[in-house]
Design a protein around this ligand. Structure first.
Ligand code: PLP
Length: 388
């Protein structure tokens, strides 16, 4: 007769119950695991020799994570995908994978802000030099390339100001110089822009946004082409990078409804953006799908849709107090960071991040258009603008 503690440890789930294996739920199970059990000593030994094909430990991922990663690889048309604990970690880990002391990194100037902080505070300490180029540079990227340039990070459209990059033009120059390119593809999602079809080597997502879609998940993903696989995989192993399993599950679930959610976000945002162009307080609306956007032709050529987030610039006579009155008067828009979720959100600020941006020093309001009725959102923005 075994003791009570032994009985408890062995009870309920043995780890290889054939009844559980036959349970085919429509969604994958979520595994909460650090330890993964082996069948026998031979399997254990095979892991030590790098010859075991299954999962060896929690940091290896799980069938749930693998299902999400496989889905991303297929949707992006890449070779291999790895999930990361956040979008920012996906970006910074990618830079770590492909850069070393003495290298030069080029980043578009409208990149997601915290990436600059990483380059300044961390990459610089490890001997990697970073410089920034105007988002609309196109083939002019040639002028920014030095003999040490190894990597170009694109984000199209860019955060907050929504400038589009001529990705094929940048990629063509990069390839001539043997430089790798990566893109933050979060805005477009795999549905509206296909980085690999445009020659980009690496596609990165903040899965936190549209893919998960409900503002309750932090997750990132990196998809690489075959040529980048070895080096990238080496980094994943060196860091034993892992992703929260519940987040992988929710991200895979989010993918199933991504298209219908995006269609709604897209239509509502376009309606709001189009209407805002004629509002008295608004100088310009920054939305790539509007015909007046400076890179609209690039959007038409390269993208098959647009997302639900855009900004507008107030006329110069409106100061910070006016911005605050508008933001505080909004009733349906939560004041908060991030985007891609069901609820409409607003952020605002002076775009001071880079002195080479065409919107430098201007007050902007950014709207993340959620899934509310667009007529209600429009009425809300209208009454808030009236309080300026
Ligand atoms: C364009 C873009 N990329 C990356 C990130 C970072 O994603 P996460 O919040 O998952 O770290 C954000 C976050 O707002 C973003 O807007």
């Amino acid at each position: 007769m075994k003791g009570k503690s032994t009985e408890i440890i062995g009870s309920g789930y043995s780890g290889n119950s054939s009844k559980l294996e036959r349970y085919h739920s429509i969604n994958p199970p979520i595994y909460h695991a650090s330890t993964v059990l082996f069948e026998n000593y031979a399997e254990l030994r095979a892991t030590g020799q790098g010859q075991y094909e299954g999962f060896t430990y929690g940091t290896d991922g799980s069938p749930t994570q693998a299902a999400f990663e496989r889905a991303m690889t297929e949707l992006e048309g890449g070779y291999y995908t790895r999930a990361f604990p956040s979008g920012l970690l996906a970006i910074t880990s990618t830079l770590q994978a492909f850069l070393q002391a003495g290298d030069h990194l080029l980043i578009c100037n409208s990149v997601y802000g915290p990436v600059r902080r990483f380059a300044r505070n961390l990459l610089a300490r490890f001997g990697v030099k970073t410089s920034y180029f105007p988002a609309d540079i196109g083939a002019g990227i040639e002028d920014y390339i030095t003999p040490e340039t190894r990597f170009i990070l694109l984000e199209s459209p860019g955060s907050n100001t929504f400038e589009l990059q001529d990705v094929p033009a940048v990629v063509k120059v990069a390839r001539q110089h043997g430089i790798l390119t990566a893109i933050d593809n979060t805005w477009a999602t795999p549905l509206f822009f296909q980085p690999f079809a445009h020659g980009v080597d690496i596609s990165i997502h903040s899965v936190t946004k549209y893919i998960s879609g409900h503002s309750d998940v932090l997750l990132g993903s990196v998809t690489v082409n075959e040529a980048c696989y070895e080096r990238f995989h080496r980094l994943c192993r060196a860091l034993e990078i892992f992703a929260p399993q519940d987040a992988c599950y929710l991200a895979l679930r989010g993918l199933k409804t991504l298209k219908v959610r995006l269609q709604q976000h897209e239509a509502a945002a376009l309606e709001l953006a189009t209407w805002l162009q004629d509002e008295a307080a608004v100088e310009t609306v920054l939305h790539p799908a509007l015909p007046g956007h400076p890179e609209h032709a690039i959007w038409q050529r390269d993208f098959s849709g647009s997302a639900g987030i855009f900004s507008f610039v107030l006329r110069p006579e409106y100061d910070e107090a006016a911005v605050a009155r508008v933001v505080d008067s909004l009733e349906l828009f939560g004041i908060g960071y991030s985007w891609g979720g069901f609820k409409s959100l607003v952020t605002a600020g002076k775009f001071a991040q880079s002195d080479i941006s065409r919107y430098h020093d201007r007050w902007m309001i950014r709207l993340n258009v959620g899934l509310e009725d667009v007529a209600d959102l429009k009425a809300d923005v209208q009454q808030a603008l009236a309080k300026r």
